[in-house]
Design a protein around this ligand. Structure first.
Ligand code: BG6
Length: 489
């Protein structure tokens, strides 16, 4: 009989990363420049502007980044040197008892410009070594095909995902890696946080926003092409790797109406639809009923090719995965509300009942239980928590130790709510903590917004030994995994 309030026997515990935030070695092995290699870090820029580029990339910034003589610092070209240190890092994950490791492939290691006919063998061989190392340690790889790292060339020469030809380039990349790693990788995700195009169209679909006319049209057209690409990749994966599992991946921010006023409840429903629209398509295989009105109001007219709807219908994803960091509230009239501006990365209104991280992300473990229930009731597909974590500063004690009890508390509270959701009947099969080792932040490009159980001796300007050391949370998570989530003391 199923034990109540417990994790399933083969629950997949682990950690998650992305190539562009950890690998480095951007000028090695024949790698090309990716969308993320353009993000710079400049300590002289006021802190509140560190994520400006994330939301709005300019042509001049892209051009400057392409110049080999540029003296600017682009942290994602250096990462934390996983490219050279992956064996040491994976051994540390194994020591924590990881059952799985979510990682992404740098598309530009395999197709440096994205439109080549033949893959780059050096890039393929690198991931062979990484997968072999994981398998040696009994860690199951879970691989994202695209995690904010499309080839820059496809952005500057093709207008990103707006150009239908990019679907073919992505499929060439996908089928190449399915064939190459068919005996090594069973779990795949097609696009990381596919629903975040609404916040950052540059890194999501390759639109350089500056001067771009009819942005909404571009975002949804790019997304449509990604849906088709995802469905065709799912088809190919099932054919090439029998028994494989392909998931979609969305960013899930739990949304609450700011008040019980019906207008706030309606506004909340609408905002939730804007977000879940993406997994609605990928999980159910069709555009949802509310899409017509959504498009009409945004002035979007999608260009679909004959057969697109059938492709979406025939090849939906096998499982639904998501990132969960925070919740937010929605009001129909945010103008005069305290906390309406500037306190959350996605522009929501602050919830007075919840604490915030130092980066303004509101911490809401109970929202995770709600999210799991909502997604399961909506899709009836197995769920996987692909990201969850606390990015914050750490203090290194004189003896080198780090007492990150705040990280342990955050994790404990979220695991407790996962347990509740499983007891509610949710089919949750895995959990990967975001950034089990300190990595470069996606939005601010700094490393001192630290997520890791493993400390990396490196500062925001890339200085330091890059040596790895275990934080207190390392030992705590190890205990949790060893007890399959029952020992949370
Ligand atoms: C998710 C992304 O949005 O959030 C990750 O998939 C990212 O790539 C993570 O790192 C945390 O965000 P940040 O900006 O703190 O790195």
């Amino acid at each position: 009989m199923k034990e109540f309030n417990a994790f399933p026997e083969h629950f997949m515990w682990g950690g998650a990363t992305a190539a562009n935030q950890i690998e480095g070695g951007s000028d090695e092995g024949g790698k090309g420049l990716s969308a993320s290699d353009v993000y710079l870090f400049d300590p002289n820029t006021p802190k509140e502007h560190w994520s400006d580029q994330w939301f709005m990339m300019t042509h001049a910034q892209v051009k400057e980044a392409q110049d080999p003589q540029s003296k600017r610092f682009y942290p994602k070209r250096f990462g934390i040197d996983f490219y050279h240190r992956y064996e040491e890092d994976i051994a540390l994950f194994a020591e924590m008892g990881f059952k799985c490791f979510r990682m992404s492939l740098a598309w530009t290691r395999i197709f440096p410009n994205g439109d080549e006919l033949e893959p780059n063998e050096e890039g393929l061989a690198f991931y062979d070594r990484v997968f072999d190392c994981l398998i040696k340690h009994n860690i199951t790889p879970i691989v994202s095909l695209s995690h904010y790292e499309m080839p820059l060339h496809l952005i500057t020469e093709y207008e990103g995902w707006i150009d239908r030809r990019v679907v073919d380039f992505y499929l060439r990349f996908a089928t190449t890696v399915f064939k190459r790693y068919r005996t090594k990788v069973k779990y795949w995700m097609t696009f990381n946080e596919i629903n975040c195009v609404k916040h950052h169209p540059y890194v999501s679909v390759g639109i350089i926003e500056e001067g771009y006319e009819h942005l909404e049209q571009g975002k949804y057209q790019g997304a449509h092409h990604q849906f088709v690409a995802s469905a065709l990749a799912t088809k190919a994966c099932h054919k090439i790797i029998p028994g494989s599992q392909v998931g979609c991946m969305i960013s899930y921010q739990m949304l609450y109406p700011y008040s019980c006023h019906p207008d706030d409840v309606q506004a909340c429903l609408e905002q939730q639809r804007v977000s879940l629209f993406f997994s609605d398509v990928q999980a159910t295989g069709r555009y949802p009923a509310y899409a017509d009105r959504l498009f009409k109001e945004k002035g979007v007219v999608l260009k679909k090719e004959v057969g697109d709807d059938e492709i979406l219908a025939q090849y939906p994803v096998d499982f639904v995965s998501f990132s969960y960091y925070m919740s937010s509230t929605v009001s129909a009239h945010p103008e005069n509300l305290e906390g309406a501006q500037g306190n959350l990365i996605t522009g929501g209104i602050k919830n007075p009942y919840l604490p915030s991280s130092d980066w303004g992300w509101q911490i809401d473990p109970k929202g995770l239980r709600l999210a799991l229930n909502q997604l399961y009731e909506r899709y009836h597909k197995p769920l996987f928590i692909a990201e969850n974590g606390l990015g914050t500063g750490d203090t290194v004690n004189p003896d080198g130790s780090i007492d990150d009890d705040y990280r342990i508390d955050y994790l404990r509270q979220h695991i407790e709510q996962m347990k509740e959701a499983i007891a509610d009947g949710v089919d949750l099969f895995g959990y990967t903590w975001w950034g089990p080792i300190d990595i470069i932040s996606a939005s601010t490009n700094q490393i001192t917004k630290r997520y890791g159980f493993i400390h990396v001796d490196q500062d925001d300007c890339g200085q330091g030994t890059r040596n790895r050391s275990r934080k207190k949370s390392f030992f705590w998570y190890k205990k949790v995994i060893a007890s399959n989530g029952s020992d949370l003391a």
